[in-house]
Design a protein around this ligand. Structure first.
Ligand SMILES: *Cc1c(COP(=O)(O)O)cnc(C)c1O
Length: 408
C-alpha cells in the first residue's frame, strides 16, 4: 500500500478477494491487471457454492423448492442488483446462459432482415465470438455473411472508432441496416462507445440497436433503459467476478418485453414460475425479459454471481467508478513517462488501458515471470492492463509501470 492507497476515499476491498501469489519477482502477491478477462474470486464465494452442494446432498430434488435459496427462484434476487448495474428496470433483465448464447437468443428475436434492410453493423475490432455470431445469424437467414456484415474501422492512423463516423455511416447507409451490434467497451482498445448517441442514430436510421457489454458491465455506468437500447448481453466473469464460465446477463427493453408475440427461441424457463410446472404444451411468456429464458440455469455457477452482485450493491457503482478513474488516471500518468509504451486507449475509457509495445506476448510473459505483474497480450502489439477498483491498488499501478519501464 502506498500513500495514495491509504488516502483514497474508497478503501480497497482487496482483503475480500483471493489475490494469487506473484508468479515471479520479489513481491508476495500478484499485481493483477487481468480482471477484464477473469475477475478475482471473492472470499465469500466458496461458502455460497458449498451451500448449493449441501442443499443438493441433503435435499436432492426438493432443493428446487424447499431450501433457503430454492433453485427455481435462485436467479430472482439477482434481478434488482443486475438492473442497477446496467441502468435497467428490474423486469428488463435476466441472468441466464452465457454471453454469446444470449446474443444469439436476442438476435433470433431482434435481427429480422427484410427487403433491402439486411445488414449488421459491428466494429472491425469486434471480439471474434461476436464476429462469428453475427455471421452465423446472417447465414441462418440465407444471407451471405461477407455481404451482410459491415465492419466499421477507425480512420487511417487512428485507434479510436469515432462516434461521428458511426453516426455518419448510419445516416448515409442506414436504410440497409437491420441491426447495429457493437461492444459498449471495446475489448481491444478499451474505448467506451457513446452508447446513447449511437443508439439514437441507429433508431433514426430505422435499425435495431444491441450492445455487447462484456467489458462494460461492472466497469462503467450504463443507462440501458433511458438510452432506449433494444437489447444487450454481457458475461459475469470479467469485471463482475462471477468465476470462469459464470452465468451471463441479458437486457430486453420493456418496449419489446411487453410484446409477448415477439418470436423467440423458447424454452420452459421462459414460462412464469406460477405456471411453469403445469407443463402446458404452449408457452405464454411473461411480459418481461424472463420470457427469453430457455433452460434451468446452472445453480452452481449462479451462486458466485449472487455473491459478486452483493458486493457491487454494497459499494455502489458510482463509488467504484470514481475510484476506477483515479486508479486508471494514475496508471495512465505513469505510463506517459515510460519510453516505448504508447497508450492507445482514448479518453473515453473504463478501467482498461491498452498499451502498444513491440512483441506484446514476450512482454506479458516477462511482466509475470520477472515482476509478478499479471496482464494479457493481444497479438501482435497490445498489452492490456486493467486496474479493477475493487481489488487493484495504486501500488499495483506503480509496480506495472516500473516493470514496463524495466522491460522496454
Ligand atoms: C469476453 C467476451 C466474449 C466471450 O463470450 P462467451 O460467450 O462468454 O464465451 C464475447 N464477446 C466479447 C465482446 C467479449 O469481451
Amino acid at each position: 500500500m502506498t500513500r495514495l492507497d491509504a488516502a483514497d476515499p474508497l478503501p480497497t476491498l482487496r482483503g475480500e478477494f483471493l489475490v494469487p501469489p506473484a508468479p515471479g519477482g520479489t513481491h508476495p502477491e500478484a499485481a493483477y491487471f487481468a480482471g477484464n478477462s477473469l475477475g478475482l474470486q471473492p472470499r465469500a464465494t466458496a461458502a455460497r457454492v458449498t451451500e448449493v452442494l449441501d442443499d443438493w446432498g441433503a435435499h436432492a430434488v426438493e432443493g428446487h423448492f424447499a431450501v433457503d435459496r430454492p433453485w427455481t427462484r435462485y436467479h430472482e434476487p439477482l434481478r434488482a442488483p443486475t438492473a442497477r448495474l446496467v441502468g435497467a428496470l428490474p423486469h428488463e433483465v435476466v441472468v441466464m446462459n452465457a454471453l454469446t448464447v444470449n446474443l444469439h437468443l436476442l438476435m433470433a428475436s431482434f435481427y429480422r432482415p427484410a427487403g433491402v434492410r439486411t445488414r449488421i453493423v459491428i466494429e472491425d475490432a469486434a471480439f471474434p465470438s461476436d464476429s462469428y455470431a453475427v455471421a452465423g445469424q446472417a447465414a441462418l437467414h440465407g444471407l451471405d455473411p461477407a455481404a451482410t456484415v459491415v465492419r466499421l474501422r477507425p480512420r487511417d492512423g487512428e485507434d479510436e472508432l469515432r462516434t461521428e463516423d458511426v453516426v455518419a455511416f448510419l445516416e448515409r447507409e442506414g436504410a440497409t441496416v437491420a441491426l447495429v451490434l457493437l461492444g459498449g467497451v471495446n475489448y481491444l482498445t478499451g474505448q467506451v462507445m457513446d452508447m446513447a448517441a449511437i443508439t439514437a442514430a441507429g433508431h433514426r436510421a430505422g435499425a435495431v440497436v444491441g450492445w455487447d457489454l462484456a467489458h462494460a458491465a461492472g466497469n462503467v455506468p450504463l443507462d440501458l433503459h433511458d438510452w432506449d437500447v433494444d437489447f444487450a448481453a454481457w458475461c459475469t466473469y470479467k469485471y463482475l467476478n462471477g468465476g470462469p464460465g459464470a452465468v451471463a446477463g441479458a437486457f430486453v427493453h420493456e418496449r419489446h418485453a411487453r410484446d409477448t408475440s415477439v418470436p423467440r427461441l423458447a424454452g420452459w424457463y421462459g414460462a412464469d414460475l406460477s405456471v411453469r410446472f403445469r407443463m402446458d404444451p404452449v408457452l405464454d411468456p411473461p411480459p418481461t425479459a424472463d420470457g427469453w429464458a430457455v433452460s434451468n440455469p446452472s445453480i452452481l455457477s449462479l451462486a458466485p454471481v449472487a455473491v459478486s452482485l452483493e458486493i457491487f450493491d454494497r459499494v455502489g457503482l458510482p463509488a467504484l467508478r470514481a475510484k476506477s478513474e483515479r486508479l486508471t488516471g494514475h496508471l495512465d500518468a505513469l505510463l506517459a513517462g515510460v519510453p516505448g509504451a504508447r497508450v492507445v486507449t482514448p479518453e473515453a475509457r473504463g478501467a482498461q488501458l491498452s498499451v502498444r509495445v513491440p512483441d506484446a506476448k514476450a512482454i506479458v510473459r516477462r511482466l509475470a515471470a520477472e515482476h509478478g505483474v499479471v496482464a494479457d497480450a493481444r497479438e501482435p502489439d497490445i498489452v492490456r492492463l486493467a486496474p479493477v477498483p475493487l481489488y487493484s491498488t495504486f501500488e499495483d499501478c506503480d509496480r506495472a509501470a516500473a516493470a514496463l519501464a524495466a522491460l522496454l
